[in-house]
Ligand binder design. Structure first.
Ligand code: ADP
Length: 161
């Protein structure tokens, strides 16, 4: 059984993340989306909110699970018998950071392999940080995020939650 971990911030999950996930779910037997607790970075959403929104956005997949973790991704992967990490690549600008990350992870644990996936062109430019910026400036993010994220953020902004 090939188990892959898709680690990231997912703050919030976007249609770009979902497209990467769709490809990963077709390739691997099981995919675990793992939301990283990042002590230094203050999130836009809490980790629990991110996990809840991912759960609502992935109902079409039957081989995808959601979780959160603290500490090293490779330790989390080992605990779940996964040797594959999924990461997405957008522009060349992602490449340097992602390459360094994947080589660091394989230096720390030689069994770990990183698989890079890309999205359809229409999702390629989407990032959580630009979505936050558009949203905070009252722009329309409905095209870029799953429906559950749009509804939750809108309700939160209107103080309905
Ligand atoms: P991190 O803080 O770990 O970069 P993100 O949630 O921003 O977490 O991204 C998780 C992974 O998904 C990263 O590998 C990132 O490059 C990838 N990713 C995010 N959005 C897209 C997209 N639109 N197209 C391709 N990859 C993407």
């Amino acid at each position: 059984m090939k188990i892959a971990i898709y680690p990231g911030s997912f703050d919030p999950i976007t249609k770009g993340h979902l497209d990467i996930l769709k490809n990963a779910a077709e390739i691997f037997d099981k995919v675990i989306i793992a939301v990283a607790h990042n002590g230094e970075k203050k999130g836009f959403l809490s980790v629990d909110e991110r996990v809840m929104l991912i759960k609502k956005s992935i109902t079409e997949f039957d081989n995808v699970e959601v979780d959160s973790f603290e500490g090293l991704t490779i330790e989390y992967a080992k605990k779940h018998n996964a040797e594959i990490l999924i990461r997405g690549l957008r522009a060349v600008s992602d490449f340097e950071y992602e390459m360094q990350l994947s080589q660091t992870n394989s230096a720390l644990s030689s069994d770990i392999k990183t698989v890079f996936l890309t999205t359809k062109p229409k999702y390629n430019f989407i990032s959580s940080s630009t979505i936050k910026e558009i949203f905070n400036n009252n722009g329309d993010i409905s095209k870029f995020v799953p429906q559950a994220v749009f509804e939750y953020l809108t309700a939160k902004k209107n103080k309905l939650i």
